[in-house]
Design a protein around this ligand. Structure first.
Ligand code: GUN
Length: 298
């Protein structure tokens, strides 16, 4: 029997409508327009598409801000100066530096320079540390979107065996931390497989919940999946003939899994919805910590 589809596009639409209502309420209550700045360095074609999608989703939700497009030749010092200016700009509540950065730029130093209170990507060590401690503030958008999709779809994670394929800082590692948290969408028993794992297929086959974030087109076939498992495909690649495919071989896995995310229309739209949601959270937190009127009253 074919797996039921976990429809990220439909849920993302609902979340974006809620974020738009939140943005309007924030403006009505405080006069504040939430602001997101996405920094894109260089001309990576996939990044250009992702950034354009983020920009139009933010605009549609009533979130202000812009994309800063910097040349590939931007130096580390110039990029850090940009971040310092955005950190100091009271109209900017969320900062996202699109990854990967061009060769020669130090990704880690760039991420550490972003104010942890504006780090809507959740990549700053302070936010990562809070997640690891079970007290999350900003959570990376893709794993957060996967968790929202699982909860909204009624997928039980508590006491289940979850296997994450991939250990990236953007997806695999924070996904594993989220699945281990106490509470809804968590309480799973988690195994992370990576490039040094012998026989990841055998481990994947033990999973009730399989999260695939390996970055290899259609690498996971039916033989990797326990019958009835829930499978989440985080990959996105341009396949032969221009068709978009994931890390999962959709047609064969759909025959064994009970539920499966499509590509496109699964995890991707959820990532953008969570970025918008994190941006509203950042604007509210910054406003609560420092309402603009408190200075003039002091
Ligand atoms: N590149 C691919 N995914 C992401 C993401 O979630 N955030 C950033 N900053 N870069 C990415």
């Amino acid at each position: 029997m074919a797996a039921a589809i976990l429809d990220g596009r439909a849920l993302a639409r609902q979340i974006r409508a809620r974020v738009a209502a939140d943005a309007a309420a924030l403006k009505a209550e405080t006069g504040l327009e939430a602001g997101l700045v996405v920094v894109l360095v260089g001309e990576d074609p996939a990044s250009q598409v992702y950034v354009r999608n983020k920009e139009s989703a933010a605009r549609e939700a009533g979130i202000g801000g812009r994309v800063e497009r910097l040349p590939a030749a931007t130096t580390q010092a110039e990029l850090l100066d940009w971040i310092d200016r955005l950190n100091a700009d009271p109209a900017v509540h969320g900062i996202l530096v699109q990854l990967p950065l061009p060769a020669g730029l130090d990704e880690r130093a760039v991420i550490e320079r972003i104010s942890p209170l504006k780090d809507v990507d959740g990549f700053h060590p302070q936010n990562f540390g809070l997640l690891a401690q079970g007290a999350p503030r900003f959570v990376p958008c893709t794993p957060l979107g996967v968790r929202e999709l699982l909860i909204a779809s009624g997928v039980e994670t508590r006491g289940k065996r979850a296997v994450v394929l991939g250990r990236s800082r953007i997806v695999g590692l924070p996904m594993a931390l989220l699945l281990m948290q106490k509470g809804p969408g968590g309480d799973a028993t988690v195994t992370v497989c990576h490039t040094a794992t012998p026989d990841p297929q055998a481990i994947a086959r033990e999973a009730d919940l399989l999260i695939v974030a390996m970055g290899r087109p259609e690498a996971v076939t039916a033989e990797w999946v326990k019958p009835g498992a829930v499978v989440v495909d985080v990959g996105i690649h341009r396949g032969a003939g221009g068709k978009l495919v994931g890390d999962v071989h959709h047609a064969s896995v759909a025959e064994v899994a009970s539920r499966l995310t499509p590509v496109p229309g699964g995890v991707g739209p959820m990532t953008i919805a969570m970025l918008l949601s994190n941006t509203i959270q950042a604007a509210r937190m910054i406003f609560q910590a420092q309402p603009p009127s408190s200075e003039s009253q002091a």
